[in-house]
Write a protein that binds this ligand. Structure first.
Ligand SMILES: NC(=O)c1ccc[n+]([C@@H]2O[C@H](COP(=O)([O-])OP(=O)(O)OC[C@H]3O[C@@H](n4cnc5c(N)ncnc54)[C@H](OP(=O)(O)O)[C@@H]3O)[C@@H](O)[C@H]2O)c1
Length: 253
């Protein structure tokens, strides 16, 4: 059975992608801290394998188990939201988010590359926050921009060095995933008009499995205002970063 490695799939969008992959006869290999407590994870696909990893720990990234057979898909999903002015952000929070969104996944991907010689399809879950201008989200937006810039540039070497490999970069808008927002109750948005993660997982698998070109970047955005439709707006092209025009006019984003 073809396998799909999912880095950060014990809940949220990653778990939806694992379930949807299993429905398509793929065997998910699920990574995350809570992979060591499978009872805490709901509706794990029966054919899934769970491997613990903590992306905050260089040591655990270096020693996490790797798949025992070649995988066809590598989903880079792990992430966590952060909001707050930099001045009020703890030094430890900066390290934690940098490890989770960038250092840890890049180190793990390097290990994986040296472990598996076969071509594979990298699917990166970025965010529209990689190009949007948002207030008090410089750390989160900056790290999502680093992840997406890395993915575009890494695609060049992956398809050059491993013919047959492909890269898909997906930038979703706000998703109705309470676990992503749970630490931010006081500032959390109303998730009512946010994208349904099950539907987004189906769209991501459809796009991944029908992609013919080596690289594709897709924006999956919610319709605004709320209630104007539930299907995401889908754009198959990169977006230019939003600029400071609003700030220059004395307005916040
Ligand atoms: N939710 C949204 O509105 C939204 C919108 C656009 C983009 N995104 C992006 O989508 C991705 C998934 O977010 P989500 O909404 O599914 O969030 P989520 O429900 O909080 O899930 C995050 C996943 O990352 C894993 N993770 C967190 N810290 C980790 C660590 N230290 N080591 C290993 N794994 C870790 C979690 O597993 P453990 O807790 O078991 O470690 C979990 O499986 C993120 O990259 C996020 O930036 C989300």
């Amino acid at each position: 059975m073809t396998s799909a490695l999912l880095l950060g799939a014990t809940k949220g969008l990653g778990l939806e992608l694992a379930r949807e992959g299993a429905r398509r006869n793929l065997s998910p290999i699920i990574y995350g801290r809570s992979a060591s407590e499978p009872n805490a994870i709901t509706e794990i696909p029966p054919q899934a394998v769970l491997y613990p990893i903590d992306l905050h720990s260089a040591e655990r990234v270096q020693h996490a188990p790797l798949p025992t057979t070649p995988v066809a898909f590598f989903f880079w999903v792990a992430g966590a939201f952060h909001k707050g002015p930099l001045q009020q952000t703890e030094p430890s929070e900066i390290d934690l988010h940098t490890d989770l969104h960038f250092r840890g996944p890049v180190q793990f991907l390097r290990r994986f590359l040296r472990h598996q010689a076969e071509p594979f399809h990298l699917v990166t879950i970025g965010s529209v926050s990689s190009w949007r201008l948002r207030e008090d989200e410089a750390l989160y937006c900056g790290l999502k921009a680093a992840q997406t810039a890395f993915t575009r540039n890494f695609a060049v070497e992956l398809v050059r060095d491993r013919p047959g490999s492909q890269v898909t970069l997906i930038n979703p808008g706000g998703l109705n995933i309470p676990t992503f927002w749970e630490k931010w109750e006081s500032t959390a948005p109303d998730l009512g008009g946010f994208l349904d993660p099950g539907q987004v997982a189906r769209i991501i698998w459809d796009l991944t499995l029908t992609q013919t070109e080596p690289f594709r970047e897709t924006q999956l955005m919610r319709r605004k205002p709320h209630g104007s439709g539930v299907d995401p707006i889908i754009e198959h092209h990169p977006r230019c970063p939003e600029v400071l025009g609003n700030l220059n006019q004395g307005k916040t984003p």
